[in-house]
Design a protein around this ligand. Structure first.
Ligand code: ITT
Length: 197
């Protein structure tokens, strides 16, 4: 079976990606499972550019002739009140090693007293695919919501505990993985890339 290698070191992402592509006829492997380690500088200006940087970096490390497609996810949270920050800097916001409890509380603090209609936000996900013949594709998915008033929920990862999903009246950290994948930025971007694979 052809391999689909996911160029990510983020376990939360990997879990979601694995589930969303589980219906494809591919052997799905994380970077680690494929025995490659890449941590390229994500110096692109868009989610798409950074996703391509990550996918290309892993594709380059594969043995010559390896029949594998590499996909990468670059994603983040855009908060309209903060001029779309942290955006492409979502993982680096306040430093890679700062806990999400601290990052999430810091974002809530920046929005203290801001009414709901001004708390609009979205998760954005770009997926890049690099194929053995050199063909490259990118897709994008978004999930609209609001920044919650307080941290809630233990599912998901990253900024899920502060992302309010109007449709379910809870944060995305309170959704099941199945519910989140159905409506998420990542679910949409991955389902869109499937048609190229
Ligand atoms: P890789 O580059 O190794 O894939 P990363 O965590 O560094 O892992 P990104 O540069 O794409 O990935 O940063 C995305 C960040 O955006 C991620 O670390 C989360 O903080 C946030 N994020 C993205 N999707 C999310 C989601 O579904 N739920 C919560 N937070 C999310």
């Amino acid at each position: 079976m052809r391999k689909l290698i996911v160029a990510t070191g983020n376990a939360g992402k990997m879990k979601e990606v694995r589930e969303i592509v589980s219906d494809l006829p591919y052997e799905v492997l994380s970077m680690k499972e494929a025995g490659v380690a890449a941590d390229p500088e994500e110096d692109g200006k868009t989610f798409e550019e950074n996703a391509l940087i990550k996918a290309r970096a892993v594709a380059k490390l594969l043995p010559e002739g390896e029949d594998a497609i590499v996909i990468a996810d670059d994603s983040g949270l855009e908060i309209d009140y903060l001029d779309k920050a942290p955006g492409i800097y979502s993982a680096r916001f306040m430093g890679h090693d700062t806990s999400y409890e601290i990052k999430n509380q810091a974002l809530l603090d920046k929005l203290t007293g801001v009414p709901k209609e001004k708390r609009t936000a979205r998760f954005v996900c770009a997926i890049a695919a690099v194929c053995p013949d050199g063909a490259e594709y990118t897709t994008r998915g978004t999930m609209e919501g609001f920044i919650a008033e307080q941290i809630a929920g233990a599912n998901g990862f990253g900024y899920d505990p502060i992302f309010w999903v109007e449709e379910y009246q809870c944060t995305s950290a309170e959704l099941t993985e199945e519910q989140k994948n159905e409506i998420s930025h990542r679910g949409k971007a991955l389902r869109a890339i499937k048609k190229y694979l």
